[in-house]
Design a protein around this ligand. Structure first.
Ligand code: MEV
Length: 435
């Protein structure tokens, strides 16, 4: 697949759509929908939110060259940051040539919390929870989640946690573990917790203060691993150093993790998933050892470079916006995913790939070159260059960037003025010569 999409970025939008249709990534009605501008009726948005006044459109692109667990994928990404898709595609191609990506999901259950702010009698609470949890789980499955049970999921277990309060009392938190199968599960877990609240209060005579899911889903983790076999020893050392920096320093970890989310969020947006929930989960998991740290780790294994990402990436492929939004459905068709675990593992793979691309750039040529090369296109446009002037300006801006390692809109405007002066002088001289 990788080869068939080489040169994809050089095509026009219409040519890209035709090529994706030819290759079977887009169905003909999807290609037609995009060719016609991908407009969505406002009635749909009205179903999602209150006070809807229109749509905020985001560019949707695709990143080719991804092979994850031996399968080729074209990754739909909805994102506004110039260099993300280019970097993802470039790094995926490099991985294809020098190694591979593998993924796995660890655990299936999401977490709901039932909080008892001040426990009256901890021993009694522990005893009643342990004696009754089987019956509570059974009735929650029968009454609140029978559909989910039919699809192979449902409430699995409960656990009582305690926290010492500053006032000397004990806070009790009942964790409810539920397998949402292919749903993100927010609605169902919240319903289960509120249903169980009544039972807990009735049987324990404790006062339940609130019920809500937790986004720190350490019981359903997604892991991706990249192994690069054909890579210079010097580059392995550089990437390992960058990894250590992010592991030790929270200031660097924040930026490292933002770069990882550059690969993950655009997929979540494109597929209609709750990226805020995933962001919260990833960052809280990054602080699981008591200090905010890197969500990825890179190390040397003999002559190989190995990288790993592990975090909660709870996504859904059924229900909600994913089912209702035509662009989310279209993105799902491009991806060809069959279940939530697969979607989550793809997102983890792309996040780690994005991280590798950023670390390679940062430890070699620097970030400005790649970022700004793409930015030059925008600067040429913004400076007001004509169609004839654009290629000349583009070349001069590239040379300026190489030389100065910086570039701004003012530089583009100044260089454009120089080009115009040169052209004016040139035509004046040729006119003089003619006369
Ligand atoms: C920019 O969007 C992302 C990076 O800052 C990530 C990183 O520093 O690792 C380049």
């Amino acid at each position: 697949m990788s080869g068939r999409l080489s040169g994809f970025s050089k095509l026009t939008i219409q040519q890209r759509l035709s090529q994706l249709e030819e290759l079977g990534f887009l169905q003909s009605q999807d290609a037609l929908f995009l060719k016609n501008g991908g407009n969505i009726p406002s009635e749909l948005g009205e179903k999602f939110i209150e006070n809807m006044i229109g749509y905020f459109q985001m560019p949707l692109g695709v990143a080719p060259h991804f092979k994850i667990d031996g399968k080729d994928y074209l990754i739909p990404m909805a994102v506004e940051e110039t260099s993300i898709i280019a970097a993802a595609a470039k790094t995926a191609k490099w991985i294809n040539e020098s190694g591979f990506i593998e993924t796995q999901q660890i655990g299936t259950d999401i977490i709901g919390q039932i909080q008892i702010s001040k426990v009256q009698d901890l021993n009694k609470l522990k005893k009643i929870v342990s004696e009754n949890q089987k019956t509570w789980i059974q009735s929650a499955n029968e009454i609140v989640a029978p559909g989910l049970v039919r699809r192979g999921g449902g409430v699995r277990s409960m656990k009582l946690r305690t926290l010492a309060r500053p006032d000397g009392n004990t806070m009790g938190i009942l964790h409810v573990y539920l397998d949402p199968v292919d749903a993100m599960g927010a609605n169902i877990i919240n319903q289960v917790c509120e249903f169980l609240k009544l039972k807990v209060e009735a049987e324990t005579h404790e006062n339940v203060t609130m019920c809500i899911l937790s986004n720190l889903v350490d019981s359903r983790l997604t892991r991706s691993k990249i192994i690069l076999e054909k890579i210079s020893s010097d580059l392995i050392d550089k990437i390992c150093e960058a990894s250590l920096f992010a592991e030790l320093d929270p200031y660097r970890a924040a930026t490292n993790n933002k770069g990882v989310m550059n690969g993950i969020d655009p997929i979540l947006v494109a597929t209609g998933n709750d990226w805020r929930a995933v962001e919260a989960g990833v960052h809280s998991y990054a602080a699981k050892d008591g200090r905010y740290s890197s969500i990825t780790k890179w190390w040397r294994d003999g002559n190989n470079l190995v990288g790993q990402f592990e975090a909660p990436l709870v996504v859904g492929t059924v229900g909600g916006v994913t089912r209702l939004h035509p662009m989310a459905q279209l993105s799902m068709r491009i991806l060809g995913v069959e279940n939530a675990s697969q979607l989550s593992r793809i997102a983890a793979a792309v996040g780690l790939t994005q991280n590798l691309g950023a670390l390679r750039a940062l430890t070699t040529v620097g970030i400005i070159e790649g970022h700004m090369k793409l930015h030059i296109k925008n600067l040429s446009l913004a400076s007001g260059a004509t169609e004839v002037e654009t290629p000349i300006l583009y070349q001069k801006l590239e040379a300026f960037l190489c030389r100065e390692k910086r570039i701004s809109l003012q530089n583009a405007v100044d260089i454009l003025n120089e080009i115009r002066e040169e052209r004016a002088n040139h035509s004046k001289n040729s006119n003089e010569k003619c006369h």
